[in-house]
Unconditional design. Structure first.
Length: 345
């Protein structure tokens, strides 16, 4: 298999101006890989960039970072990969040398977002050595490309779940019925949570949550008091927020039991401000975590969970469409009830 000189790629020229156009296939150095993209998924980060721009994504520039594919070219100095290998890959890799890496917090690496391999909404993507040496993994023969593309968002969920550390027998409330909420549902079930509840807006998504292990589902208008009473005697042990809205952060604080734990997973808009009653945290003896991104061990754990079926891709990917349909799914006026959509370059 050889790569052509030109490819089709989705280029974001400005917010709301995305064009699928001809672009040169990336040139690779002796240390790089070139991957032919077979599946690239929707993501809230890419959608935010499309709608209003994003501080970590260059505009004009390519979009997409949840993907899998086949090796199309291998740099002369690269070992362990061959042309034609099926792989799942993420878009970042920590440096291993900075302050945060030395503190075993590689998800906060100083250069993490400065050296991203971005642009998976295209036929080909270049993967630099700091990424492929750590986070480009062989795709199991039994796994589809669509399932492999879920490795990146699932790694983020794995990282968050490892931080909040749900234990067997605990009760868990998940705020949000999107892909993150449903993956968190699978992880809570895998950890043998006693009771799992999911709050959301869309009946189809809540039905999916029930299929994936949620014991209780609630409409998004439910009050914190009703949520607490649904988890007797004092409320859920753990609340996981997966929406990225200040009002949902407030609901998380109000719904958790005294002595409970909260994971604030969703990223809020830059200008969002959340009023918090400090007494809820102080007198409630709450533990509140924020998590961002993932570390290489989370990536490997995510692929294992996909291979074992703990997180079933078939229940999380709604549609498979060409790159030209990206605006249809990212538009503020578009459908809101889909889960993940696989764009096929």
């Amino acid at each position: 298999m050889t790569a052509a000189s030109w490819m089709r790629a989705a280029i974001l020229r400005a917010p709301l101006d995305l064009r699928v156009e001809d672009a040169p296939v990336p040139e690779i150095s002796d240390d790089d890989l070139l991957i032919r993209v077979r599946s690239a998924l929707t993501c809230g980060t890419d959608q935010k960039a499309y709608l209003r721009g994003h501080p970590k994504i260059k505009i004009p520039g390519p979009l997409g970072h949840e993907f899998s594919g086949e090796i199309a070219r291998v740099g002369k100095s690269v070992r362990g990969f061959s042309v034609g290998d099926r792989v799942a890959c993420v878009h970042t890799g920590p440096c291993g040398r900075c302050f945060f890496c030395s503190k075993q917090q590689p998800n906060l690496c100083d250069s993490l977002t400065d050296r991203m391999a971005y642009g998976a909404y295209a036929q080909y993507i270049k993967i630099p050595p700091h990424v492929h040496a750590q986070n480009c993994l062989p795709l199991p023969a039994s796994m589809s490309f669509d399932a492999g593309a879920l490795m990146e968002p699932l790694a983020c969920c794995v990282h968050g779940m490892n931080v909040v550390d749900v234990s067997e027998g605990e009760s868990v409330l998940i705020l949000g019925d999107g892909p993150i909420g449903l993956m968190m549902t699978c992880l809570a079930r895998h950890r043998k949570a006693r009771s799992i509840g999911v709050v959301g807006k869309y009946p189809a998504r809540l039905n999916a949550a029930a299929r994936l292990g949620a014991h209780l589902t609630f409409d998004a208008t439910v009050s914190p008091e009703s949520l607490k009473s649904a988890f007797p005697p004092h409320g859920p042990d753990v609340v996981i927020e997966g929406v990225g809205r200040g009002v949902v952060w407030e609901k998380a604080l109000a719904a958790v039991r005294p002595g409970g734990r909260i994971l604030l997973f969703g990223g809020c808009p830059p200008d969002e401000r959340v009023p918090i009653d400090p007494g809820i945290i102080h007198y409630g003896n709450l533990t509140v975590y924020g998590t961002f991104h993932f570390a290489p061990p989370d990536v490997r754990q995510a692929l294992d969970l996909l291979e074992s079926g703990v997180v079933p891709a078939v229940d999380l990917i709604s549609d498979r469409v060409p790159l030209s349909e990206i605006p249809k799914y990212f538009s503020a006026r578009g459908r809101k009830d889909y889960l993940k959509v696989a764009f096929i370059p």
